[in-house]
Design a protein around this ligand. Sequence first.
Ligand code: C2E
Ligand code: CA
Ligand code: CA
Ligand code: CA
Length: 278
Amino acid sequence: AKEHGRNRFAFYSSEMADRAMERLYIEQGLLRAIADEQFVLNYQPVVRLEDGQLLGFEALIRWDEPTHGRIEPDRFIPVAEESGLIDYIGSWVLHTACAQANTWIAAGFTDLRLAVNVSARQMRAGDFDTIVRDTLAATGFPAAQLELEITESTLQSVDRSRELLGRLKALGVMISIDDFGTGFSSLSLLKHLPIDRIKIDRSFVQDLPDDANDVAVTEAIIAMAGSLGLALLAEGVETPAQQQFLRARGCADAQGYLYSKPLDVHDVDLLIASPSRG
Ligand code: C2E
Ligand code: CA
Ligand code: CA
Ligand code: CA
């Protein structure tokens, strides 16, 4: 047993060392990525569940590292958050997405909705509302068409959240709760904060309509959103059966591979130019 224990310790410690190395490695890489502008944005279509009409896009960051290729956000966003680099990267995302979406408004998609992810760390920075205000002013993007996606962990301190969200709402933007159901947020929290929409996390949508627990959770979230007057979006819709289930229960909007993967800018240009849009 002792032998076994030692081996296990060795296993964990080398895994931890690997993780520390990877973290360091990624952090160094992120500094270079910022200097050399190695980030790009993809845009995943958001649709109306009722008829599949295109409503807008969620901006999703990608890192094209010159020697290792594309690095997914789940690998580098946590490092960017821990190191504080997310403040810079997040501002870049906001500015770039607003500027790009403006070109699609100019191309005729006048009422598009643009969703941008905001990490808890950015919200804690204190001047986040100033950054949003300045970005809207610099790009001319219409505030009412911008949606900021925050997670439940951002809302931990209710009083501070209420104040900051209030200042953001005063700018005219919308607020969504991302990955809803995976964190901790009480009903009273949602009731007392100026939130416009909740996005049902993909983990609940994945096994609809067969998994009885997920059916119960999804129905509860939809009922709750209805009684609190919140708009709803289901994430990660991949099958017609999921679509049907959500549509029948009155979930308004959706995102997922059933409709489209995240697209690069060029593909969004083509989508918007195509006469069949909507
Ligand atoms: P998220 O905000 O929950 O974004 C949705 C993720 O689910 C995206 O992964 C998207 O590509 C993926 N997805 C969409 N539809 C489907 C589907 O039908 N099936 C499956 N299996 N997946 C689907 P992605 O782009 O790899 O982003 C991962 C996470 O990284 C995001 O999760 C978000 O938390 C974070 N992230 C991405 N871009 C940014 C950013 O600009 N700023 C911040 N702070 N975080 C970001
Ligand atoms: Ca999101
Ligand atoms: Ca999400
Ligand atoms: Ca997520």
